[in-house]
Design a protein. Sequence first.
Length: 219
Amino acid sequence: MANLAKLEQHLATRSYVEGYTPSQADVHVFKLLGAAPEASSSPNVSRWYNHIQSYAAEHDSLAGSSTAGEAFAAGAASEAEAPAAAAAADDEDEVDLFGSDDEEEDAEAERVKAERVAAYNAKKAGKEKPAAKSVVTLDVKPWDDETDLAALEASVRSVEQEGLLWGASKLVAIGYGIKKLQITLVVEDEKVSLDDLQEKLAEFEDYIQSTDIVAMQKL
């Protein structure tokens, strides 16, 4: 995507590219990005990216169309084109969230927009609320500088359960030639207990000395 700053600004006040639930618009922009940006420089996009990634198995079945996402992506290069593209695609039951904010918009356009918002809200009210999820950053410390870190990470990722999705990882130096594994994961709050997860990881005692949760953010 050409303009990451535009997406960062857009997601500062929204949870999704369009509407109030994950949709094909999010999937389209997610695929354009290709990878999560640095959370330090783009915290809103990073949060959103990890959230949409947690729906990876459901991407093809999410509601809506990719047109709004395409319009938003086009708007990164030319903001003037995005409102027209989104409005043309959402001519019946989708809200044009990329429409013009022009204060001189005539009364007829306002009436149509209000009708479409009401229709969208009625449609949204009938949908099941997405499960509460959290993005967690976990530190995994080895015993010493001779610990096989590749085997350590493989052991961590071998833990699988419903509601758990492992994400990106990196090695962080902690001194004396020792590096720890720092890994991101997304969990469904009602299905995954972080205490239980840490107990499972502790069972890999040949590689893992300890684990610590260093960051946690609700999605």
